[in-house]
Design a protein around this ligand. Structure first.
Ligand code: PHE
Length: 527
C-alpha cells in the first residue's frame, strides 16, 4: 500500500499522458527493429499483417491494461492484488500443470529446470494472479538491462558522428568499427551508465515533472527529426527503389511464421504484456477516454514505425546497399550510407539523436514500472526506489554489456548456467533478451487478457472503460461501418454488435489463442 498521506501522482492532462504512453511505445522496436524485420519478411505484405495484428490484438489488450490501471490506481502487482479477490480455478490448474512439469523434469534428472518449475508452481499457488504483476516488474529489470546497452551505443554513435568519426568508406569498415566499439568495455559500460543515469534523473522527478515534462519536450523533437530525415532521404536520386521495396507487398513471403513474428513485434512495439500501460493508466483521470487514448497511442506508434522505414530504406537503396542485413542495419549500413551524401555527418548525428530520444522515453517507462511497485506496494519514497533500482539495473545491464556476443568475459556464469540448466543462449545479452521478449512479454499479455476476460470480467472492465467514453458499449459496429453511427435503435433494445461486444470476444477468445500460438512458435514448439 502506498502512503495514504501522500496523494497519488497524476498526469496533468490527456496530452501529457498520450505523449508519455506513445513515448514508451515508440522506441528501438520501431526505429531499429521494425525496418529490418520488414526487410527480412517481404516488405509491404508484412506491413499489412503487422497492421492487422496491432488493430485486432494489440489495441484490445492495451485497452485492458489501461482499464486495469485506472480502476485500481495501482501499478501491476497492486492492480492484480486488488482485483483477484476470489480463488481462481484457472490459477490452480496452471499451478498443477507447472508442478507436474517440474516433477517430470526431476525424473529426467534436469535438476535446474525441475527446481525452477517446482518453485514457480508453489509461487503460483501462493500468489495466484498477482504473479502476473510480479513478472511485469521482473520484465522491467530484464528488458531495461539489455535495452540500455543498445541505447548506450546510440549515445556513443552521437558522439562519434559529432566528432566526424563515422566516415566509413565500406560496410566492412563500419562492421569492424562497430564490433570494436561494442566490445570495448570502456565505451560499452560508459555509454550504458550515461543512459541509465538519464533514465534515473527523469523518473526521480516523478510523473508530472519528470516523465510527462520530458515526454512533452522529446516527442515533438522526435517527430520533427524523423520528418526531416524522410524528406532528405526521399529526395536522394534512386530513393524510389527503397520505397517500392518497402511498400510493395510480396505475399509469397507471408508464412505462418511471419504472421507470428508480426504479432510478437506488435506486442513489443506497443509496450504490452508487462504493465507499462497498467502503470501509466493508473495515473490517468477518470474523465479521459481510454478508447481515444488507445487509438492515439497505437496510431502514433504505428505511424512512427512506418515512417522509420521511409527514413531508412530510400537511403539504403539510393546508395546501392542491401536491405536485409538484419540488426546491423542502423549501426553499420546507415553510417556508410550517410558517409556518401552531402553533410552526411550532420544527418548521421540527427539520426542517432532520434534513436536516443526514442530509447529514452521507453527506458523511463521500464524504470517506472519497477519504481512504481516499490512506491505503491512497499511504501518506498520514489527517489530512493529510482536510485536503488536504477543502480541495480545498471549492474545487471553491465553483464549484458560485457557479454554482448559471447560468454568469454563471463565464463564462470556461463559454466554455472550450463551446469544448472544444461543449455545457455549465445551470450548474457541474448539470455536477457530471450527471457523478456520471448517469455515474459507474451505470457504477460496472455494472462492480462485471460484475467480481464474471465476473472475480473469484461463487464467490470467495460464499466471502467465507459468512464470517459460513455458510448463505447453502445456504438453499433455494423451501423458504424455503414455510416449510420448515430441512428437510434428502432426497438429501444441494446444493439447486439457493439464495439464493446467485439472487444469482449477478442479479449476472451481471440487474443489468448493468438498469443499462445505466437508464444509456442517463438519457443520452437510449433513450426
Ligand atoms: N515499446 C518499446 C520499443 O518499441 C519497448 C518496450 C517494451 C518498452 C516493453 C516498454 C515495455 O522499443
Amino acid at each position: 500500500m502506498s502512503d495514504p498521506t501522500q496523494p497519488r501522482e497524476k498526469w496533468s492532462g490527456r496530452t501529457g499522458f498520450i505523449l508519455a504512453a506513445a513515448g514508451s511505445a515508440i522506441g528501438l522496436g520501431n526505429i531499429w527493429k521494425f525496418p529490418y524485420v520488414v526487410g527480412e519478411n517481404g516488405g509491404g505484405a508484412f506491413v499489412l499483417v503487422y497492421l492487422i495484428c496491432v488493430a485486432i490484438i494489440g489495441a484490445p489488450v492495451m485497452l485492458c491494461e489501461f482499464a486495469l490501471g485506472r480502476r485500481t490506481l495501482r501499478s501491476p502487482v497492486g492492480a492484480f492484488r486488488a482485483l483477484a479477490t476470489k480463488t481462481s480455478i484457472l490459477v490452480h490448474l496452471i499451478g498443477i500443470g507447472v508442478l507436474i512439469a517440474g516433477i517430470f523434469a526431476l525424473l529426467f534428472r534436469c535438476w535446474g529446470w525441475g527446481a525452477l518449475l517446482l518453485a514457480l508452481g508453489l509461487l503460483i499457488f501462493r500468489h495466484g494472479w498477482v504473479l502476473v504483476g510480479f513478472s511485469g516488474v521482473i520484465a522491467g529489470f530484464t528488458i531495461l538491462s539489455f535495452y540500455s546497452v543498445v541505447a548506450g551505443w546510440t549515445l556513443g554513435y552521437i558522439w562519434k558522428a559529432a566528432a566526424g568519426q563515422l566516415n566509413f568508406p565500406t560496410v566492412t569498415d563500419a562492421q569492424a568499427h562497430f564490433a570494436n566499439f561494442i566490445l570495448s568495455p570502456g565505451w560499452a559500460l560508459g555509454c550504458h551508465f550515461l543512459f541509465m543515469l538519464m533514465c534515473i534523473l527523469i523518473v526521480y522527478k516523478g510523473v508530472q515533472s519528470g516523465i510527462e515534462r520530458w515526454s512533452k519536450i522529446l516527442m515533438p523533437v522526435l517527430f520533427f527529426i524523423i520528418f526531416a530525415l524522410i524528406v532528405r532521404n526521399l529526395t536522394l536520386p534512386g530513393a524510389m527503389e527503397g520505397v517500392r521495396f518497402y511498400l510493395t507487398p510480396d505475399f509469397s513471403k507471408i508464412t505462418t511464421g511471419s504472421i507470428l513474428i508480426a504479432l510478437g513485434q506488435a506486442f513489443f512495439s506497443l509496450s504490452l504484456g508487462m504493465g507499462v500501460m497498467i502503470t501509466y493508466g493508473s495515473y490517468l483521470d477518470r474523465r479521459e477516454s481510454l478508447v481515444t487514448s488507445t487509438r492515439s497511442v497505437g496510431g502514433l506508434d504505428t505511424l512512427i514505425a512506418l515512417m522509420a522505414g521511409l527514413a531508412i530504406f530510400p537511403a539504403v537503396f539510393a546508395q546501392g546497399f542491401s536491405p536485409d542485413v538484419g540488426p546491423g542495419l542502423v549501426f553499420q549500413v546507415l553510417p556508410t550510407v550517410f558517409n556518401q551524401i552531402p553533410l552526411g555527418a550532420f544527418w548521421a548525428f540527427l539520426f542517432f539523436i532520434l534513436l536516443l530520444i526514442a530509447a529514452l522515453t521507453s527506458g523511463i517507462s521500464l524504470l517506472e514500472v519497477v519504481t512504481a511497485y516499490f512506491v505503491d506496494e512497499r511504501r518506498w519514497p520514489r527517489r530512493r526506489a529510482t536510485i536503488v533500482f536504477g543502480a541495480a539495473i545498471f549492474l545487471l545491464g553491465s553483464l549484458c554489456a560485457l557479454s554482448v556476443t559471447d560468454w568469454s568475459r563471463l565464463q564462470a556464469l556461463h559454466a554455472l548456467l550450463l551446469k544448472v540448466f544444461a543449455t545457455a543462449k549465445p551470450s548474457f545479452f541474448d539470455t536477457m533478451d530471450n527471457l523478456s521478449s520471448n517469455w515474459l512479454l507474451p505470457l504477460g499479455g496472455l494472462f492480462i487478457s485471460l484475467f480481464t476476460g474471465w476473472v475480473w470480467g469484461t463487464r467490470h472492465a467495460l464499466d471502467e472503460i465507459r468512464q470517459g467514453a460513455p458510448s463505447f458499449g453502445n456504438v453499433h459496429l455494423v451501423s458504424l461501418l455503414a455510416g449510420l453511427k448515430d441512428l437510434p435503435p428502432s426497438n429501444g433494445g441494446p444493439p447486439p454488435y457493439t464495439l464493446a461486444a467485439f472487444w469482449g470476444i477478442f479479449i476472451r477468445f481471440i487474443s489468448p489463442v493468438a498469443i499462445m500460438l505466437a508464444f509456442l512458435h517463438t519457443i520452437g514448439w510449433l513450426t
